[in-house]
Design a protein around this ligand. Structure first.
Ligand code: ATP
Ligand code: MG
Length: 402
């Protein structure tokens, strides 16, 4: 008998031509999150089942790790045993005895994949159910609405016995839908947007605009820390730090004050797009949410978004702030996001930013800047600093210190 965790994936993953690729990607991620549990082993069976053999590792620890694997629909703590009556009965008893809450009623459901198995499904219900009833005091059978459904999956070489199913994070395996650039500020929204993008199968690279020396080293560290939290879902994330001070200062000197944010955002999109091209990413992800601030009215989004030719994905566009905050808390990005270090935009924010910018006016202003803006954008791309952020960076730095 062996304690295992049965893994279940979305339907899309199990069928069709993409299956091998998806499987490959998810196997990599599962192995990565299980690294801190050295005894746990991932098994992939030819008939499509994947499970983790715990070999003494705690289920709770493995479950916590698996929560970081996108594409995982649900999983079940299970007992693996040989496909023979007595071991199955024993496993059934053990599964019943370690339930967190003692049930009053139960039923047995048998899936007999191995048609050679000597007892048919009907017989197995009786043989296993009877055995459990005999050994667990006060337990009754209820086939319609049982407290516990004891599932038995009989295959040729092995049988799985389990009753619980824990929801996984869902979505698609990381990277199975390509790569996108995440515009990552130090705020609450964009890290959440990045999480949604990864959940949908996008590998992300983060792009952050800073206005050093107007913004401090600590503001930069905050973005590194946010990226690190997100990297827990990916293994590593590339962070691009774009120097934005020159562009911001010149825009401030040149443009109409109420259009400053609009023009800044358009410049950010253009820079992000050039980085995307270099890095072969096919979309831009932002934390914009409709109506949240002046730059996120529909009119603003329209004028700002037109600066990009790649698809701009806005996972939070229809979400309320309070719901975004709840997710940020769950992801543990919230406490980092609310640290009070200055953001490049808050420093340059005009008194009354336009909520209804005119595309024509904005384009005309940019035409007047033709002599310097495109070149400044290229320069910013050239001077972008790039680093890989990993979940364990901190600990390895500490290791080196001691
Ligand atoms: P957030 O909480 O993500 O900062 P926000 O509500 O503060 O969002 P804005 O400041 O208007 O909204 O920014 C909208 C989006 O533009 C952000 O979600 C982010 O994707 C992008 N963005 C803003 N500032 C920066 C920056 N300094 N670097 C990178 N991206 C940025
Ligand atoms: Mg912000």
């Amino acid at each position: 008998m062996n304690d295992v965790i049965l893994l279940r994936f979305g339907e899309l993953m199990l069928k069709g031509r993409n299956r091998a690729r998806f499987e490959n990607q998810i196997v990599q991620q599962i192995k990565r999150v299980l690294k801190p549990l050295p005894n746990a082993v991932l098994r992939t069976e030819s008939y499509g089942r994947m499970y983790v053999e715990l070999n003494g590792e705690r289920f709770e620890a493995a479950a916590k790790a698996l929560e970081k694997v996108f594409g995982l629909l649900s999983f079940s703590p299970a007992i693996k045993t040989e496909s023979a009556l007595e071991p199955i009965r024993e496993a059934a008893l053990r599964a019943m005895s370690r339930l967190p809450v003692k049930p009053e009623t139960f039923k047995v459901s048998v899936k007999r994949v191995d048609k050679q198995f000597p007892h048919d499904t009907f017989e197995m219900h009786r043989l296993v159910g009877g055995h459990v009833l005999q050994h667990v005091e006060g337990l009754k059978v209820d086939v319609h609405d049982p407290d516990v459904e004891l599932r038995i999956e009989i295959r040729q070489n092995e049988t799985f016995v389990y009753s619980e199913s824990v929801p996984g994070p869902g979505g698609f395996p990381l990277g199975s839908n390509g790569k996108a650039m995440l515009m990552l500020s130090g705020g609450i929204d964009s890290p959440v947007a990045g999480w949604f993008a990864m959940k949908r199968g996008l590998r992300i690279e983060a792009v952050h605009f800073h206005s050093y020396p107007y913004t401090s080293e600590r503001a930069k560290q905050k973005v590194i820390d946010l990226t690190r939290v997100l990297s827990d879902y990916a293994g590593s994330i590339m962070l691009h730090l774009v120097p934005f001070t020159d562009i911001q200062t010149r825009l401030k000197e040149t443009c109409r004050e109420n259009l400053l944010i609009t023009l800044m955002r358009r410049a950010m999109f253009r820079i992000t797009e050039q980085l995307a091209e270099k890095r072969e990413a096919l979309a831009i992800v932002t934390g914009e949410s409709l109506g949240q601030v002046a730059s996120q009215t529909l009119a603003s989004m329209n004028v700002i978004g037109r600066a990009a030719t790649l698809p701009v994905l806005r996972p939070l566009v229809m979400m309320d702030k309070i719901d975004i905050m709840t997710i940020a808390e769950k992801l543990e990005t919230f406490p980092i996001s609310i640290l009070p270090y200055e953001d490049c935009c808050t420093l340059f924010v005009p008194k009354s930013p336009s909520t209804n910018p005119s595309l024509k006016v904005v384009e005309r202003q940019e035409e007047w800047m033709e002599d310097w803006l495109p070149e400044a954008i290229r320069q910013a791309v050239d001077k972008t600093e790039t680093m890989w952020i990993k979940p364990d960076d901190k600990s390895s730095e500490e290791d080196r210190l001691f």
